[in-house]
Design a binder for this molecule. Structure first.
Ligand code: P6P
Length: 338
């Protein structure tokens, strides 16, 4: 395959669907550079004093890992000066991040989880950066309001992730299919390796943390039992695969097919809708899943149709192969009727 970089590929595809001016390209270029810097630190984490926790706790109530904080700062510092953003929202920060006065302001909004799955860092498990890009909707004021940031997932201009694994890959969509690029360390570029990724219509893998079984409601238990029984559509149990790193679990299912589930549970009354965040995890993954031919729901509606009420809102997430997600929707719809 001819060596095609992310930007070359974007420009090639733009002939079919002209995007805006070079500002989106600049945003992507700066994001890619941030990913390369993060990749360098993640790949040698065991050798440097970047493992372990900072001792702080983030907005999610989770202990901040040193690499979490490093990745967060890399993205914020690099993207704030790119001249293409009017605001950022990080999974690590309670409030949205404005653009300092000394830098030009653009029309895009970047929402990101700098290092998802970071609890696994010390165990050398694959982790990832998740990003979601919107355009601002009002221009009648200079200062961005939180209301402008609370856009539903279907308004995303682009979404993607970088997975720091056996190889470092960037997978993203700008609304024109899903494309995967693998980092070639010898040239320091992400090169097209997986053009037009399509998720198999039905999988043979289900991913869920079954340790929470006793905290699920009955329809959710029935759904998980379905996938591990001979009643499943394939006539035999699906294989259980769960890494505990959303980017890794999602990426495997995107390539092989299958369903990832993080249902609502009664473990923590402060998080009745489960653990995953709508804007920096579920919505970007949902855009990718749908662009690849899959589905993503909270059990009742499309993730991309949910109107966010707050920046760090959590949602149940069922995402992956179309037929497998449709099974979930039917279970919950039947339960609602009974
Ligand atoms: P649990 C990582 O902390 C994360 O946000 C996702 O990457 C992952 O899917 C989920 O939490 C794992 O959560 O409760 O199964 O450990």
């Amino acid at each position: 395959m001819r060596q095609v970089t992310v930007v070359e590929h974007l420009l090639l595809r733009q002939k079919e669907r002209p995007m805006a001016s070079g500002r989106f390209t600049r945003l992507l270029t700066e994001l890619i550079l941030s990913a390369k810097i993060i990749d360098r630190e993640v790949s040698k984490a065991g050798l440097l004093d970047v493992l372990g926790a900072t001792g702080e706790v983030n907005i999610q109530g989770e202990v901040v890992q040193k690499l979490d904080d490093f990745a967060n700062q890399v993205i914020i510092r690099r993207m704030e000066r790119a001249g293409v953003l009017c605001a950022m929202v990080s999974e690590e920060n309670a409030d949205f991040i404005g653009i300092p006065r000394q830098y030009p302001v653009g029309d895009y909004i970047l929402i990101f989880d700098p290092l998802d799955g970071s609890a696994n860092i010390d165990a050398n498990v694959s982790i990832g950066t998740i990003f979601s890009i919107y355009r601002r909707t009002t221009f009648d004021q200079q200062a961005v309001s939180v209301g402008e940031l609370l856009q539903k997932g279907s308004m995303q201009v682009a979404a993607g992730y970088i997975i720091y694994g056996s190889s470092t890959m960037m997978v993203y969509t700008a609304g024109n299919g899903v494309h995967g690029f693998t980092l070639d360390p010898s040239v320091g570029e992400f090169l097209l390796s997986h053009p037009d990724i399509k998720i198999p219509e039905r999988g043979r893998i289900y991913s869920v943390n079954e340790g929470y079984f006793s905290y699920w409601d009955e329809p959710t238990r029935n759904i998980v039992n379905y996938f591990k029984s001979n009643d499943s559509a394939t006539g035999r149990p699906y294989s259980s695969r769960y890494i505990g790193s959303l980017v890794s679990d999602f990426h495997r299912n995107l390539i092989y097919g299958g369903i990832f589930m993080y249902p609502a549970d009664s473990r923590d009354l402060r998080k009745p809708s489960g653990k995953l965040r709508l804007m920096c995890e579920a919505a970007p993954m949902a855009m990718i899943a749908e662009q690849a031919g899959g589905l993503a729901t909270d059990g009742k509606q499309r993730i991309l149709d949910i109107e966010p009420q707050e920046l760090h809102q959590r949602v149940p997430l069922f995402i992956g192969s179309k037929s497998d997600v449709e099974v979930v929707l039917k279970f919950y719809a039947d339960a609602a009727k009974s």
